[in-house]
Design a protein around this ligand. Structure first.
Ligand code: HL5
Ligand code: SIN
Ligand code: MN
Length: 271
């Protein structure tokens, strides 16, 4: 459940770390069912693909679905995050990027911390993203592509476009790197797209450059991303209203690790 010293070093070196098949098939079935239920909940937390009905992203499912409320405390995910950050962390943002078959659109090249600094005045990049594959991810269904080590390049494009792509969240399009910036970085760092079975997990830095291509395959690519933040590193809004609570979670109580995997803990709680 804990990362080895070698894995910790690799995370700091590359800015990401793949944990293959960290969750089992039964767990993934339950998470998919919970996602299907959550997609039926109307509201601004549900973002559609441009000009279509299909879901692009859903935010804050852990506030509505028991499986996800458990998952954020699962020892296999929370304990490694505590190793990488600090003991006291909470969920800053929770989203599922659905990337539907035959037309899930791209996510432009960006660094997450740029978004969170601009939109939420987040003091420092003291976050870890935990991405859980809800589908098998291969080269066809729009895997996330990382530029290894680019989290050590500083903030590359630190400004936001004048017009927002979406009013519901900050789409990476608004803070996308230029072609020139990306070409230079790729020449230096290269590109890697971790692939694996559903249930695999990628831990990644809030400063690493990443993006993903459209999905023209017949297979969906549902990707859950939980962003943990240090409880001593809270957002603030000196110049206006906070962003909505589905996009920036308000519960900043430190999370405590469950003593069993989330499904077992859920069954225990129901028994
Ligand atoms: N959609 C996020 C937000 O905070 C920002 C992006 O991948 C994270 C850039 O609105
Ligand atoms: C994606 O879902 O492909 C993009 C993920 C991200 O920007 O964090
Ligand atoms: Mn991102």
């Amino acid at each position: 459940m804990l990362l080895t010293q070698e894995q910790i070093t690799r995370y700091h070196e590359d800015g990401f770390l793949l944990l293959e098949s960290a969750l089992g098939p039964d767990e993934i079935d339950r998470l998919r069912e919970a996602f299907a239920r959550d997609c039926l909940v109307p509201g601004p937390q549900r973002v559609a693909e441009e000009g279509r009905d299909e879901v692009r992203a859903v935010y804050a499912s852990h506030q509505r679905q028991a499986e996800y409320a458990g998952l954020v405390r699962d020892p296999r995910l929370l304990a490694p995050v505590q190793q990488l950050l600090t003991e006291d962390v909470y969920i800053y943002q929770f989203k599922i990027n659905a990337k539907p078959a035959f037309g899930g659109e791209k996510w432009s090249w960006h660094q997450d911390y740029v978004a969170w600094r601009i939109a939420d005045n987040l003091p420092a990049p003291l976050q870890v993203n935990v991405a859980v594959f809800l589908d098998d991810v291969d080269e066809f269904n729009g895997p996330v592509i990382f530029l290894p080590g680019s989290h050590r390049s500083g903030l590359i494009n630190d400004s936001r476009k004048a017009t927002a792509k979406s009013s519901q969240h900050l789409d990476p399009d608004d803070i996308a790197l230029s072609e020139h910036q990306l070409s230079g970085l790729v020449a230096e760092r290269g590109m890697v797209s971790p692939k694996g079975r559903a249930g695999s997990v990628v831990l990644f830095s809030p400063e690493i450059v990443h993006g993903s291509a459209p999905n023209m395959s017949p297979f969906p690519r549902r990707l859950l991303i939980m962003t943990y933040n240090d409880t001593a590193n809270l957002p603030s809004y000196p110049d206006g209203e906070p962003r909505p609570d589905y996009v920036v979670c308000r519960d900043t109580e430190p999370l405590r690790v469950l003593d069993a995997p989330f499904l077992e803990a859920l069954q225990g709680a129901q028994a």
